[in-house]
Design a binder for this molecule. Structure first.
Ligand code: F3S
Length: 384
């Protein structure tokens, strides 16, 4: 591959992996069973990124199952989202290049809810920090936090350098967290992740004292941990598959009701929301069920985005949830989300959301944020 015998794109991909392997002192490459590619929104890629993809698409092909992160807009409904046609044209070219490369156009940050479901112990190469933390921690698959180019390089070669979280010894906790706060909603897990991520930096937290956690709790915890810090893996004692590791002599944090309250306070700016968005990470079917229940018979009074994958939306169609949600005037934001779409250019100023990760990135984009539970997001979106 490196010698170019299997084509230009494969050679370029292998050059990226070899360079990475040298930086991290990897002993060898390891085969991967799946890839999740990030770096899809034209907002982040720009023309240089688009050209890089088009060059690879001339003769490159995915060798393993490869799925795609959200794009900067809905691929079909971008006009109703208010997206500029110049942006849309470039975004569609990005998608076209990925399609030529053999990447499945899933456009979701929850690939594990949309058919890309690795097994315990499998080596994978995933971009998208929330999905990486989920895959390592909840599934027990093994991936580093890949960037767009390195994930794509793994897809085009079927391999990744063996270092970091691919190695058992590197998957042990670095910091313990005693959870004393009552975690009642997924948003409480989100706030906890945001607090702990800031303290743990790129370490591996070991949570003690959490009795139960739903898929939605784990999904939002993964996202928040990876946004305020660089966490790519965590353990929940008794709940995640690799928790049985030594925790003696670890630095210990305590997360009480006080930290929960302070984090909630910290994630709220002044101002009335003019935009409400849920589904960061992309909604699960259970979340669509909850939304349908909350929105049934009500009308939204401001822009309300429900971000989810096409696959989960299809499941919601079958279950009858999507119809109820759409009848309320809420919009499905398929293929995209409030962070990777150019929301700041659509004129909105204050965003209400139930995701600490979304708050973090929306603030970086210059917007004000209001962090609240899903139920309150619906109340806000339907208030007079
Ligand atoms: Fe997904 Fe967008 Fe949040 S990609 S994790 S919904 S920032």
């Amino acid at each position: 591959m490196l010698a170019g015998e299997q084509g230009h794109a494969t050679q370029k991909a292998m050059q990226i992996l070899v360079a990475l392997g040298k930086i991290y002192d990897a002993e060898r490459l390891v085969k991967v069973s799946s890839v999740q590619v990030s770096g899809v929104s034209y907002k982040n890629l720009g023309d240089a990124g688009l050209e890089f993809l088009r060059e690879l698409a001339r003769d490159g092909k995915a060798r393993v199952k490869t799925t795609l992160n959200p794009a900067g807009m809905s691929l079909t409904d971008w006009k109703s989202q208010g997206i500029d046609s110049g942006f849309a044209k470039k975004q569609l070219r990005v998608i076209d290049a990925y399609r030529k490369l053999g990447v499945e156009i899933t456009c979701t940050c929850t690939p594990y809810l949309a058919g890309n479901e690795p097994s315990f112990g499998q080596h994978i190469a995933w971009g998208e920090s929330s999905a990486v933390a989920y895959a390592n921690s909840v599934i027990g698959a093994r991936t580093n936090r890949e960037g767009g180019p390195s994930a794509l390089a793994a897809s085009l070669t079927g391999r990744t350098p063996l270092y970091g979280l691919h190695i058992t010894e590197n998957r042990v906790p670095t910091i313990a967290v005693d959870v004393e706060a009552q975690l009642r909603f997924p948003e409480d897990f989100s706030a906890m992740g945001y607090f702990v991520g800031g303290e743990a930096k790129d370490g591996i937290p070991y949570f003690r004292g959490v009795q139960r956690a739903s898929l939605e709790d784990l999904k939002t915890l993964s996202a928040a941990l990876a946004s305020s810090g660089g966490v790519a893996m965590f353990h929940l004692e008794g709940l995640t598959p690799e928790f049985g590791v030594a925790t003696k002599n670890l630095e210990t944090l305590t997360f009480t009701g006080k930290e929960l309250m302070e984090t909630n306070f910290q994630l709220n700016d002044e101002g009335a929301p003019d935009f409400v968005s849920v589904g960061c990470p992309h909604c699960s079917l259970t979340e669509l069920a909850t939304l349908a229940k909350l929105l049934s018979g009500r009308q939204v009074t401001r822009e309300f985005w429900v971000c989810c994958s096409g696959e989960v939306k299809r499941q919601g169609d079958q279950a009858g949830y999507s119809k109820i949600i759409e009848e309320s005037g809420a919009k499905f934001a398929l293929d995209t989300c409030m962070v990777v779409a150019p929301v700041e250019e659509l004129g909105y100023k204050v965003v209400a959301t139930n995701s600490a990760k979304a708050c973090h990135y929306l603030r970086n984009a210059g917007l004000k944020v209001r962090f609240m539970p899903l139920e309150e997001c619906v109340a806000e979106a339907t208030s007079g």
